[in-house]
Design a protein. Sequence first.
Length: 215
Amino acid sequence: MKKLIKLIFGKSKLFNCISWAYDKYLAEQATLYKPEQFKKCGQGVSIAKGVKINMPERMILGDNVFINRGTNINSVGGLYIGSNSGLGINCTIFTWEHRYLYADKIPFDEIAELKPVIIRDFVYIGANVKIMPGVEIGEGAVVGMGSVVTKNVPPLAIVMGNPAQIVFYRDKERFLKCKNEKKFGPLRLVGQYKENIAPIIKKRYEKELKELGMI
């Protein structure tokens, strides 16, 4: 195809532009995944363009899973994502690591230590989060934007930071009520959505919010 483009447009700025667009199109096509490529894939799974998965056959996806653009998943060691869980933009998940502790060579040998990552149901992972090999994120947990998850996250915990630390827990009664009544919200906000400013934020930034025309 590129030879044909070059033949038509020659070596020109237009050729470079079209060639770049064609390369981008091919790259996007390579990141379009089909359910049959995964070990298991539930209903309502949505994977944005530009998501990179090196071994989808070692992934299990529950129902209504959403993986946002720019996410890079190395699933050699196995990855399980439960139902109604979502990943924000530009996340990174690794499921294996080099063997260096008892390696026969320096800095590491040819052995790949496989450590599956388990993400339970109703988990939300914010943008730019990095998840280390062997981590389990419990049901209903939330991982704040930019966090680096190096150890297991308990159910309903809200974690943030590098390394990610527990800063709060979700209300268990409210969570279970929503779960039992099947009140599941969208994993991404598109189109119309409701805006809310917490009272403490209004009080703290009243002057600035008024200048912005937001209150």
